[in-house]
Design a binder for this molecule. Structure first.
Ligand SMILES: CC(=O)N[C@H]1[C@@H](OP(=O)(O)OP(=O)(O)OC[C@H]2O[C@@H](n3ccc(=O)[nH]c3=O)[C@H](O)[C@@H]2O)O[C@H](CO)[C@@H](O)[C@@H]1O
Ligand SMILES: C=C(OP(=O)(O)O)C(=O)O
Length: 514
């Protein structure tokens, strides 16, 4: 409760949050009413702030919307208050990637020896996977301030003890399928969660793993897996989609198979490359790393004590570049994995980006090419063609949302086409609350008309990581004070983003409800 705020104002504020949260789920008032066992008119009154709310009712609404509307105590949802308009300056290092982090944690299940991962991003997504690993008996330990992480799996995993709640909060749990196949004839996994980006099929995973003997039935909130230990792929495994996690699953299935497996239509993206380099260190020979055909020489029993250092996150790098451009600041973004940002940079150059790029140097994994980028205030204009993502090598699917906030600062109209996700483009319309002109043409395409005079306001985080960060970036540039509520989704993928932006001169305060 906000001290000094009259009850009716407080109710109106909660009502607005409930309405926003309901709309994020795409529900009508009637649908929410049905979920709560009440009437549409009662929901209408609640959203208008015209109805007293018991704590019990608030909890039910939060549960129905799967969003913590308000909470008591310090374990409640985290919010950010942003005083906009500050120029950023100085240098910032890009952290290692969320997506390699979670892929490697799953791949570590293949190794009966000790895995030490260097400088792992300490983010909520990693925490959820660690909770799942710990619940099934895997010992994990953060070793130091640098976030080195040690993982030791027991000979037998206790799958019955799996922390299903943690598993359901991440999509990465799907990457347990292949590692578990090697030692278990039968097992269950909770349905994969993660960002709410509309339907995300798991069918390509099933198709990819079937030749290795996996059959999965999805019922009652779980995948029921059965493994035919005698099955071997008798021809190349062709992925139906060039997806990142599906490629990692296929690699992990092939890694402990006694024989050679060819995987076609593999994703050569950054997190897949990190998993390949790790598997190579475990003694699994992989030919074709960085291409769409991977030839894997499996090793049935892997027991090695190894160290691996995943590479830096191209999506975090893109986020920081966007923050600099939108706030018209000069900052140096260090340790940028440039080979996974080349197309983004080429496009930004077309749009008028003014920047310097250092000579290349290798990442700690010995493979990925890094650079330091100094981004300068730039006069940007809209590109002539639409901006759309492609599987690597293409403009990264997760980088697309950052082009919306950049386009909003550029002169002219930009068409952004997210053909990949059913929902993500829709969340970009949140930018209109801060003054942007974003028009939704259909669930996949938005027009963004710039430049924008950003103005601060209160926004509840869209339930998707990148659009949420895009809103935060706009808040950094917005006049006045903004509030971004319920930032778990950001903490899922970024380590201490607010604190690190503050070191560059941003003015972001973290707070929780009383
Ligand atoms: C933990 C992790 O690594 N997550 C990343 C991974 O998720 P992940 O590998 O789980 O991505 P999905 O399997 O959900 O694929 C993303 C979307 O792309 C579509 N699709 C993908 C490839 C393709 O060739 N054709 C196609 O249509 C899928 O149908 C889906 O709608 O890849 C996504 C796409 O790069 C990223 O957004 C995620 O951050
Ligand atoms: C969509 C994303 O991640 P995930 O696959 O973890 O949901 C993302 O990183 O933007």
């Amino acid at each position: 409760m906000v001290p000094g705020m009259p009850d009716d104002q407080y109710l109106q504020r909660i009502g607005r949050l409930i309405r926003d949260s309901r709309k994020h789920r795409g529900w009508t008032q009637t649908q929410l009413a049905t979920a709560l066992g009440t009437s549409q008119s009662a929901v209408h009154r609640i959203e208008q702030g015209g109805q007293n709310l018991s704590l019990e009712m608030l909890t039910r609404i939060s549960d129905a919307l799967d969003s913590e509307i308000v909470s008591l105590g310090h374990s409640g949802p985290m919010h950010l208050r942003v005083r906009g308009g500050a120029k950023l300056s100085g240098s910032i290092d890009v952290k290692t990637s969320k997506n390699a982090g979670v892929g490697l944690l799953c791949a570590a299940l293949l190794n009966k020896g000790r895995t030490t991962l260097r400088r792992v991003a300490r983010i909520e997504e990693v925490n959820r996977i660690l909770e799942v690993l710990n619940s099934i008996g895997v010992k994990t330990r953060w070793l130091n301030e640098a976030n080195d992480l040690e993982i030791v799996r027991p000979a037998q995993l206790d799958l019955a003890a799996m922390d299903a709640e943690a598993a359901r909060r991440t999509r990465s749990i799907i990457m347990f399928l292949a590692p578990l196949m090697h030692d278990h004839e039968r097992f269950e996994l909770p349905y994969a969660g993660g960002c709410d980006l509309g339907t995300r099929t798991v069918e390509p995973h099933m198709t990819a793993l079937r030749p290795f003997g996996l059959e999965v039935k999805a019922t009652g909130g779980s995948y029921h897996a059965e493994v035919d230990g005698d099955a071997v792929p008798d021809r190349p495994v062709v992925l139906t989609e060039r997806g990142d996690t599906v490629t990692e699953n296929a690699l992990m299935a092939a890694a402990r198979r006694d024989g050679v497996t060819i995987i076609r239509n593999a994703s050569p993206n950054y997190m897949v490359q990190d998993v390949c380099f790790y598997l190579t260190a475990l003694g699994v020979q992989i030919d074709g790393i960085g291409t769409t055909t991977l030839t894997v020489h499996g090793v049935p029993n892997i027991e090695r004590d190894i160290d691996y250092a995943p590479s830096e996150d191209p999506i975090e790098a893109m986020s920081l570049i966007a923050a600099a451009l939108v706030t018209e600041s000069e900052i140096t973004v260090q340790r940028v994995p440039v080979e996974f940002l080349e197309i983004e940079l080429a496009l930004l150059e077309e749009m008028g980006l003014d920047y310097d790029r250092s000579a290349e140097y290798p990442a700690a994994n010995g493979h990925t090419r890094l650079v330091d980028l100094t981004i300068r205030p730039s006069t940007l204009h809209a590109p002539l063609d639409k901006i759309h993502p492609m599987p690597f090598p293409g403009l990264n699917i997760d980088n697309l949302p950052f082009f919306a906030v950049i386009a909003a600062t550029a002169q002219g109209q930009t068409l952004i086409h997210d053909w990949v996700y059913e929902n993500r483009a829709v969340y970009l319309t949140e930018l209109t609350k801060l003054g942007a002109r974003v028009t939704l043409l259909d669930p996949h395409r938005v027009y963004v008309e710039g430049p924008t005079r950003w103005s601060g306001t209160e926004v509840i985080c869209p339930p998707a990581l990148r659009p949420a960060v895009v809103v935060l970036i706009a808040m950094l540039a917005a006049k006045g004070t903004s509030v971004l509520r319920n930032v778990y989704v950001i903490n899922r993928g970024y380590e201490q983003l607010a604190d690190r932006l503050n070191l560059l001169g941003a003015e972001i305060e973290t707070f929780r409800d009383l």
